[in-house]
Design a protein around this ligand. Structure first.
Ligand SMILES: [Zn+2]
Length: 117
């Protein structure tokens, strides 16, 4: 693992105000997350997981949060097909993370006995 020079990062932050906020791109929903020089070192060492903690996502929900982002908040049916794979039907769309977490692969689509959307 590379080591990062905190003094260099501090100097960069003093001279480049834009560096104080990290553009996180699509995987974190196009948001700015202000970081201190110390936090920039943590980000460089830990990657996106550090940013997820910073925005309040618990470590046990990291994978689920990424799946929620990938599905744009759409919860998917809990039923399995004859082949043993999950049904691909949605049971709700554009849910916020907590709603999605409760519904994803827990509710059933209309085909599998759930409420029609
Ligand atoms: Zn289904």
């Amino acid at each position: 693992m590379p080591s990062y020079d905190l003094n260099t990062i501090r100097a960069m932050c003093e001279n480049l105000s834009v560096f104080k906020e990290l553009w996180c791109g699509n995987s974190l929903g196009n948001r700015y997350i202000p970081l201190t020089p110390e936090e920039i070192v943590q980000y460089l060492e830990q990657g996106e997981n550090f940013l997820l903690l910073k925005i309040g996502i618990a470590p046990e929900h990291f994978d689920a949060w990424r799946e929620w982002r990938g599905l744009n908040g759409d919860a998917l049916c809990a039923a399995k097909t004859k082949r043993g794979t999950f049904c691909k039907c949605r049971t709700g769309s554009h849910r916020d993370f907590d709603d999605w977490l409760a519904a994803h692969r827990d509710e059933y689509c209309a085909i599998h006995g759930g409420d029609p959307q």
